[in-house]
Ligand binder design. Structure first.
Ligand code: SIN
Length: 552
């Protein structure tokens, strides 16, 4: 029996919850999330939200910093929108109960790489959790919202998927619903919706080392790509320069705001180095800092560099960064008295599912917001703390269009009758689950070694060949065995990895986060543009899932 909702939201971070809270005034909402509701990347965001709040700041300066960091390919129209609409969205969050740190009666604004002014609102170093918690409290007061925890999207159901005459992602195509794996019962459920919002976050788990939570497996990218959505600029994967270097710390993030408060990067011998790479030194944009650290580590053969805050007052460190301070202490480093070992790790996917300035993708009724989407805000490198801002602004802007589509669809034929049931066919339980973990490990290592901070044509081609073979193996495994969350995630990271590799192989220049030793210059003539991929050839969506049988 299919579940019918007017609005289906995939993901439960800032982008998904903001949209759900607004559209639930107009119709029923189902939020699907593959773990517990609060388990999103938003929860772990430390630094904060960038927005113009100070007297000495201006929208023009925020636009300029965003565009400069994005290395010439940000979409200027959306950059202006995000910067101008940010303050109003933040006030809404505050009205819902979010508390950002104050200094006296003014916001205590932080600073991060690439920002010319202090403009990072924060709640100590747990800003994301403050936002997530506030939104969840609000969600729980809404009767029109049903939450489906431990449910994972398998595939979108689109008209093109049901009718071979319709080209995926074309004007006749539209999203009707999705198949979802209930991870508690292991059953596949069908969900039908008038509008679907993808807000499933990023894909840091594609890389061996990442600051992201385990949920970041490129699910939204992969689901959207298989359905014929346009995907852009996947080669721009941001590496955060400072994650704690400790075998048990799982690349715990040490916020850039620590450097914003005066933290200094040093080599093992105590020397500073960032002044050699950029006039902003330790607060240069992230691509520059991560590459500089990578370069210094390769040169010295050291396993890490160090972050030094010992010259700052101890009480300020403990008060301003309580979570970072305590976590470092747990791993044996007292930041107020000793240097902390740090390394770069995969942090943020700047490419994504292409959307317009209202969050609409090229597939009718399918919207995307947050890290999974590509709005053009980040260009070739995201300005720090612009991501929560993007989710807030875009999800708000998606509401009007989504509600209009929902109202129109009240007059259209009952979609439930169009949707075929899921049939597991002859798939059996896997007797070789170890294949999943081997492939998973291989992809993450291959991405780290060949498609990391510094790339070359040779390494990228090697990665391309390997990922193709792995994908074939994974597809075969997918058809033969009953699906599980692990196999779905494996398929998703493999497809996302392939898109990153393809993006990196085709962009024959170095710009922002994409740095290729064989193409060191910026090539404005050919590449001052987006790099878009779309699977209209049904490469991944046909033959229609053999496990699906259509109703008579
Ligand atoms: C940080 O706190 O350094 C991360 C903030 C961000 O990625 O925008």
């Amino acid at each position: 029996m299919a579940i019918k909702k007017n609005f289906i939201v995939i993901g439960s971070g800032v982008a998904g919850l903001t949209f759900a809270l607004k559209v639930c005034k107009f119709g029923s909402v189902g939020i699907i999330t593959k773990e517990a509701l609060e388990e999103s990347a938003t929860k772990y965001a430390q630094g904060g939200i960038a927005s113009v709040m100070a007297q000495d700041d201006s929208f023009e300066l925020h636009v300029q910093d965003t565009m400069e960091t994005g290395r010439g390919i940000c979409h200027e129209d959306f950059v202006h929108i995000a910067c101008r609409e940010g303050p109003a969205r933040i006030r809404e969050l505050i009205d819902l109960g979010a508390q950002f740190d104050l200094r006296g009666t003014e916001f205590d604004l932080g600073k991060e790489g690439g920002h010319s002014k202090r403009r990072i609102l924060h709640a100590h170093d747990l800003t994301g959790w403050e936002i997530e918690k506030t939104l969840i409290e609000a969600i729980h007061t809404e009767k029109n919202i049903e939450i489906f925890e431990y449910h994972m999207a398998i595939d979108l159901i689109t008209r093109a998927r049901l009718d071979e005459k319709i080209k995926p992602g074309s004007l006749e195509d539209e999203a009707l619903g999705l198949y979802v794996l209930n991870n508690k019962t292991q059953q596949v459920e069908t969900m039908v919706g008038d509008v679907i919002l993808l807000a499933s976050g990023g894909a840091g788990k594609v890389y061996l080392y990442t600051s992201n939570p385990d949920t970041a497996t490129g699910d939204g990218i992969s689901v959207a790509y298989r359905a014929g959505a346009k995907i852009a600029n996947m080669e721009f994967f941001q590496f955060h320069p400072t994650c704690l270097f400790h075998p048990k710390a799982k690349s715990f993030l040490i916020s850039e705001t620590v450097r914003g408060e005066g933290g200094i990067l040093r080599l093992e011998n105590g020397d500073t180095f960032m002044e050699k790479y950029h006039e902003l030194g330790c607060l240069a944009p992230r691509d520059v800092v991560a590459r500089a650290i990578d370069h210094e580590m390769k040169k010295s053969g050291d396993d890490c560099v160090y972050l030094d805050v010992t010259h700052l007052e101890g009480y300020r460190i403990r008060e301003r960064f309580p979570n970072i301070y305590q976590t470092c202490l747990k791993f044996g480093f007292d930041m107020s008295r000793e240097l902390v070992p740090v390394v770069p790790a995969a942090h943020y996917m700047c490419g994504g599912v292409v959307v317009d300035t209202n969050g609409q993708t090229n597939i009718k009724r399918l919207f995307a917001s947050g890290e999974v989407c590509f709005s053009g805000l980040h260009g070739a490198n995201r300005l720090a703390s612009n991501s929560l801002l993007e989710g807030l602004v875009l999800s708000h802007r998606a509401v009007d269009k989504a509600v209009t589509l929902f109202k129109e669809s009240k007059n259209s034929p009952n979609q439930l009758e169009l949707i075929p049931a899921w049939d597991p066919g002859s798939a059996v339980d896997s007797d070789e689950s170890v294949v999943v973990s081997h492939n998973w490990d291989e992809i993450r290592r291959l991405m780290w070694n060949y498609v990391g901070i510094v790339r070359s044509d040779k390494r990228l081609k090697r990665a391309e060949r390997r990922i193709q073979l792995l994908l074939e193996e994974i597809q075969e495994y997918y058809w033969n065995f009953k699906i599980t969350k692990d196999t779905l995630e494996l398929r998703n990271i493999a497809i996302t990895a392939q898109l990153i590799i393809q993006g990196a192989l085709t962009r024959n220049e170095s710009r922002g986060l994409h740095y290729n030793l064989d193409h060191l210059d910026v090539d404005d003539e050919n590449w001052k543009r987006d790099n878009v991929f779309q699977d209209t050839a049904r490469r991944l969506i046909t033959p229609i899932n053999p496990r699906i049988v259509t109703h008579e």
